[in-house]
Design a protein around this ligand. Structure first.
Ligand code: ADP
Length: 263
């Protein structure tokens, strides 16, 4: 078993040398034990870990095969540590939300983050919604960087043409990044579009490419790199993630060095 989901994001940021506070819940289920062991072996700080005397959700397990990937999500409800106090306690430079959410907790957290000058980065993670839902638009209004993949961008907007989808989404957030798998990625900021090709690698398993891409991108933003350099670092991290089975196993610090060499 290889841990995936938010773990990948935390692990990748950590391997890029960033201090990471990962808000995570662990329970008595088998997967909790595996992910906790991986997080400890990785050296992630445990400040925001919570332990429950019952099985929990919030763990996504990636089952890899050479041709495709499958995700298994456990959805038993658990009360997360509220995000706003966490933000005030740790004052992070970036709040990375691995899933498009529009509930009160995330809305309050992204508003609080903005007041603190914290960059709000939101992924989509296959959330089955469209922009027809005003609550989704309201949530995106508090996001600085939004990072759907192609399928998600098309579904959110209902567009058949990717350029159309990109234009519509770019009007909603300061920085949009649409990842396009082995076709690279497109970003729009200040009305200007930047495209980056994928780094040519022998891809074995694309699980978690998006999470690792995002880690590289945010790492660049926090280092005040220009957008093309952030995209290049992101593409290096995304490609590195595909070179081995599973997510975290494939990503090594030396793979990420190419991202760190940018100005
Ligand atoms: P997600 O995992 O969210 O669906 P993508 O599949 O679009 O995201 O991948 C994210 C990024 O990872 C891409 O924009 C690209 O830079 C990189 N990537 C993904 N697949 C490959 C691949 N086969 N070869 C090289 N880079 C890849």
């Amino acid at each position: 078993m290889v841990p995936g989901g938010a773990y990948t994001l935390a692990m990748a940021m950590h391997r890029l040398g960033r201090d990471v506070v990962w808000s995570a819940d662990f329970g008595t289920d088998l997967f909790s034990g595996e992910v906790l062991a991986a997080a400890r072996a990785e050296g992630l700080v445990e400040t925001a870990f919570r332990h429950h005397p019952f099985p929990v959700r919030s763990l996504t397990v990636a089952l890899s095969s050479p041709s495709d990937r499958a995700m298994v999500s456990y959805q038993d409800p658990v009360t997360h540590e509220p995000l706003v106090p966490l933000l005030h306690r740790h004052r992070p430079r970036a709040l990375m939300l691995p899933q498009l959410r529009w509930d009160a907790e995330v809305l309050e957290a992204s508003q609080a983050a903005r007041r603190l000058g914290t960059l709000v980065v939101m992924d989509c993670h296959d959330t089955p919604v469209t922009l027809d839902d005003p609550a989704v638009r309201r949530a995106l209004a508090h996001v600085d960087v939004f990072t759907p993949n192609v399928a998600e961008a098309l579904r959110l907007t209902g567009a058949v043409d990717l350029d159309e989808a990109i234009a519509e989404l770019a009007a909603l957030v300061p920085t949009l990044v649409v990842t396009r798998g082995s076709d690279g990625a497109a970003a729009v900021r200040d009305g200007k579009r930047h495209d980056v090709p994928a780094v040519a690698v022998r891809a074995v398993d694309t699980t978690a490419a998006g999470d690792c891409f995002n880690a590289g991108f945010v790492h660049g933003l926090l280092a005040d790199w220009e957008l093309p350099a952030c995209l290049a670092a992101a593409a290096a991290c995304g490609a590195a993630a595909t070179t081995g089975p599973g997510s975290s196993a494939a990503l090594h610090a030396e793979d990420l060095d190419s991202g760190q060499q940018h100005p």
